[in-house]
Design a protein around this ligand. Structure first.
Ligand code: ADP
Length: 515
């Protein structure tokens, strides 16, 4: 089966997605709020109209049949939709009908003649713009202001039935495509039901208002969409521009342009990202520089003994080989240089293994006090040669460390060797194995030597770094001893630090986890 590739949302640019989501939010918000508000308004208008019609029904009943009333009048009077203009018109008409009234019996509604009633109804209807029908208790239309249903029997109409049962009734109905609201109100005369006033009014005006409102809402939505579209574009531009710059910069860095920097223009997440990117490239540059320096240093360190060996070999070949005394001296020197080369290569191998975490430590419970004693013994000849006293101070109850004893011994030898090399004769070098230091054992190598200047202290422990290159070389150092000690301690999960004061002495601390 072939998988059809669909343009997924994720492949769109952030700018497009942000702008579209902005617009979608506006559409949903405006649509929902419009729907809710407009339907609420429409309901409110209808209710207001219904109440107004009930009020009209009551007034109409009073106007047409003096002395008549309808149910629930007080409620109607209190209605806010009750229109004073309408009231005015109705009371005028009421006077007119009263003037017209012929007090002759036999007519169904309050003794009014049908002609008078009809006349008054027509006038009232034209003034109120409402269709008025007066219905008798049988449901027969006595008067219809539109003259259409005069004489019809409306008793089947649910509104009429409800009004005949003595209750106001109202409903919205569609007739001939137009919506109308109908209200039927029972007319009481002397407390007795004498008929119904049935009012109908078109909802044309309400619909017109609603249409107008909808149009305005639509216009507001369009304006909101335009504004939020612009805002979305600006905002997304502000986000995507720095991201595009970062992408371009990352591409350049991947191509090897490590000095590529991006401007940090804000303190927000994007600004911090740009800053992190710049820091990353700075570190990459430093790492590359370190690599270049390292290779240069290695080459240099290798070249010196190799050049010496080559010089010695040439001299021997040129005839010195015949002089046994010179030959032995030269061979001794060659052996020394070769040892130096072997040491250097071994040191580099250890560092390389430490870097790739391939040191393969054989961890066991180690008594660092005893190990310090062994290291001191091994360095005793060198110390004696320089008249330096070596001392070991061990905590009365030293904890066992979890370490590779061979590697730990190398750490101690490297540090003790430095302490002895950089101390004047007659001074003292001490190894102190402390008690518990949290989760680790702490060892200090303290000397009273030349110390390290504060400005070079931060660089101590860098590969091939030597405060005094000439002195270090003369002592047989290559500037890797401390770096190796640190790498080995860290491979054990410990820490190594140096405190020193020039002319006073140096203390190298390191920790090893407890067994
Ligand atoms: P090396 O001893 O071969 O020169 P190291 O890595 O052991 O290399 O030490 C680096 C440098 O740190 C030394 O050249 C020296 O300048 C300084 N240093 C190390 N230990 C001491 C010490 N105990 N006292 C003074 N300087 C020291």
């Amino acid at each position: 089966m072939h998988k059809r590739s669909r343009p997924s949302l994720r492949s769109l640019s952030i700018r497009t997605r942000l702008t579209f989501s902005h617009l979608a939010v506006i559409i949903v918000a405006m649509g929902l709020s419009g729907l809710l508000l407009l339907s609420l308004l429409e309901g409110y208008f209808l209710r207001a109209m219904e109440d107004s019609l009930v009020a009209q029904a009551r007034l109409t009943a009073q106007a047409l049949i003096p002395g008549a009333g309808i149910e629930g009048t007080s409620e109607v009077e209190a209605n806010a939709a009750y229109n004073t203009l309408q009231q005015q018109a109705v009371s005028n008409l009421s006077l007119q009908t009263q003037n017209l009234a012929e007090p002759s019996g036999g007519f169904p509604l309050g003794g009014l003649s049908l002609a008078t009633l009809a006349d008054a109804t027509f006038q009232l209807s034209s003034q109120l713009d409402t269709r008025i029908r007066v219905v008798d208790v049988q449901g027969i239309v006595l008067v219809d202001s539109q003259r259409e249903s005069q004489g019809d029997n409306l008793s089947a109409d649910p509104l009429v039935a409800q009004a005949l049962a003595g209750q106001d009734a109202s409903a919205v109905a569609t007739s001939g495509g137009a919506q109308e609201i109908h209200v039927a109100a029972p007319v009481l005369f002397d407390g007795k039901l004498t008929g119904i006033v049935y009012l109908s009014q078109s909802l044309r005006d309400v619909h017109a208002v609603m249409r107008d409102l909808r149009l305005r809402w639509l216009l507001a939505t369009v304006i909101a969409l335009a504004l939020s579209g612009v805002a979305g574009l600006l905002l997304s531009g502000a986000i995507s521009r720095p991201l595009r710059r970062l992408t371009a910069a990352a591409g350049a860095v991947a191509e090897g342009e490590l000095d590529h920097q991006v401007p940090v223009r804000s303190g927000d997440e994007l600004g911090r990202l740009a800053q992190a990117f710049n820091e990353m490239t700075a570190r990459l540059r430093a790492a590359r520089q370190m690599q270049v320096d390292f290779i240069a240093n290695v080459s240099h360190e290798l070249r010196t003994p190799l050049t010496a060996i080559k010089g010695l070999v040439e001299t021997l070949r040129d005839g010195a080989v015949d002089d046994t005394e010179v030959r032995d001296r030269f061979l001794g020197a060659m052996e020394g240089e070769t040892d130096r080369l072997i040491r250097l290569v071994n040191d580099l191998l250890i560092l390389s293994r430490a870097d790739s975490q391939a040191l393969a430590l054989r961890l066991e419970a180690v008594d660092l006090g005893r190990l310090a004693g062994t290291a001191v013994e091994r360095l005793a000849p060198l110390a004696a040669e320089r008249d330096i006293t070596l001392r070991v101070k061990v905590h009365p109850d030293p904890p066992l460390a979890l370490a590779d004893p061979d590697r730990m011994e190398q750490v101690l030898l490297n540090l003790l060797d430095n302490a002895v090399k950089f101390s004047p004769s007659g001074s003292e070098v001490a190894v102190e194995v402390d008690g518990y230091q949290g989760e680790a054992v702490q060892v200090k190598i303290r000397d009273q030597g030349i110390g390290i200047a504060a400005e070079t202290l931060p660089r101590i422990g860098e590969r091939f770094f030597r405060a005094d290159r000439a002195r270090s070389r003369a002592e047989g150092g290559s500037g890797l001893g401390l770096a190796i000690a640190r790498a080995l301690v860290e491979a054990h999960g410990g820490r190594l630090s140096v405190e020193s004061e020039e002319g006073v002495g140096t203390v190298v601390f390191f920790t090893v986890p407890l067994a």
